[in-house]
Design a protein around this ligand. Structure first.
Ligand code: FES
Ligand code: FES
Length: 156
């Protein structure tokens, strides 16, 4: 198969089935943003360093800029578009607002998805939250408030 060959891929994204044809070399991030118009997932470094592109695959966080879409055939993907609504925010989103855990907002979708996965891992203290969120960078320096917001939802 040549690198440009297309592959049929079935993805369940935010609970909805998508049957798509993608080049074998296309990342999940590019499929989401450019192929499906789901631009809530952000592209920062595009090399696995910043976490802006974080989504969940079967509930586990992944950096979608490093994920080949074809290798997620049959998987269930959650993006920020599947978390809360303007009228009914997820409680982690509400906590981010309450604790001023964002400025420009560019990193925020990735922070929220990563934070949700971390909450499932049941962090025991603030140090565990800091460590667990270390793969998600915020150029605006909102890290301390992000930790506080996640800690509130974790009941710490
Ligand atoms: S865009 Fe994927 S880690 Fe930075
Ligand atoms: S809020 Fe601006 S990069 Fe995090």
């Amino acid at each position: 198969m040549s690198p440009g060959s297309s592959i049929h891929v079935s993805l369940k994204i935010n609970g909805r089935d998508h049957e798509i044809s993608v080049p074998g070399c296309e990342t999940l991030l590019d499929v989401l943003r450019d192929g499906l118009g789901m631009t809530g997932t952000k592209k920062g470094c595009d090399m696995g360093a910043c976490g802006a592109c974080t989504v969940l695959a079967d509930g586990r966080r992944i950096k979608s800029c490093l994920a080949l879409a074809a290798s997620y055939d049959g998987r269930s993907i959650t993006t920020i578009e599947g978390i809360g609504t303007l009228d009914n925010l997820h409680r982690l989103q509400a906590a981010f607002i309450r604790h001023d855990a964002l400025q420009c907002g560019y990193c925020t979708p990735g922070q929220i998805l990563s934070g949700l996965a971390l909450l499932d891992e049941k962090p025991r203290d603030l140090a565990a939250i800091r460590e667990g969120m270390s793969g998600n960078l915020c150029r605006c320096g909102a890290h301390p408030n992000i930790v506080v917001a996640i800690a509130e939802v974790a009941g710490l």
